[in-house]
Design a protein around this ligand. Structure first.
Ligand SMILES: [Zn+2]
Length: 239
């Protein structure tokens, strides 16, 4: 549950939101997710590593953070039940928000970038969009300078936008929920960057800032996007 902390300093008074946040490191156990064999990168390991670093950062800012898994395990032998159990963690902990962390894969090795997904159906369409919009804003702003001038091109090529999806893991969450695909493991340049602490830290910082932005402005729409699908979400319609 959200608690408000009043912080008074010599210069200003501000309200910090102390929230309960559930982070879902995508996959685990027999569900490995996507992989890049040449670079020895496996999505289930990378999502857990990023989630743990992100949890540490959020906890240092007084939030309660719960991970759907702390080790390399599946939550159930059955895939649908595995995904349902992840969402159930958010329900059981009365979470204020749920973020599922993933890395993408494609047979097209040139595909790059990040995507933020909101559920097609949610009790909280505006809050889901606000959370997605905040994450989209901060991921864009954090990764752009890092990729700038590289062979992966400009932010346009990297920005997969905000999309509606039927992913079970966010559809079943009983709080504002999004799923983030942070980068393509199957692209060689992205994979090489993902092996560096510098890029991992950029991604952790980006998601951390996005969550804080949402918590500070959760009743507002925090950024705008001109894509038709995003505009429909901004009007609060589930598409
Ligand atoms: Zn995944």
């Amino acid at each position: 549950m959200m608690k408000r902390l009043l912080v008074v300093s010599m210069l200003h008074v501000m309200v910090l939101q102390s929230a309960t946040i559930v982070l879902d490191p995508g996959h685990g156990g027999k569900y490995v997710g996507t992989a890049n064999d040449a670079e020895q990168l496996v999505e289930k390991h990378l999502s857990l590593e990023i989630a743990k670093q992100l949890a540490e950062r959020l906890r240092s800012n007084k939030h309660t953070v719960i991970l759907t898994r702390e080790t390399d395990v599946a939550l159930d032998d059955d895939l649908i039940t595995d995904l349902t159990k992840r969402a159930q963690v958010a329900t059981d902990s009365k979470a204020d928000l749920f973020v599922s962390l993933h890395f993408n894969g494609s047979t097209n090795k040139n595909r790059v970038g990040f995507e933020v997904y909101v559920p097609y159906e949610s009790q909280y369409p505006i809050k889901c969009y606000s959370l997605a919009s905040a994450l989209h804003y901060d991921i864009s702003h954090e990764i752009e300078p890092y990729f700038h001038g590289g062979s992966l091109g400009n932010l346009n090529a990297l920005d997969g936008g905000i999309k509606a999806s039927r992913f079970n893991v966010i559809k079943k969450a009983t709080c504002p929920a999004v799923l983030v695909e942070l980068a393509y493991l199957t692209n060689e340049e992205s994979a090489k960057k993902l092996k560096t602490d510098v890029f991992k830290d950029i991604l952790v910082t980006a998601v951390y800032k996005g969550i804080e932005r949402y918590l500070t402005h959760s009743t507002q729409k925090v950024s705008t996007c001109s894509r038709p699908r995003c505009r429909r979400w901004q009007r609060g319609r589930v598409v």
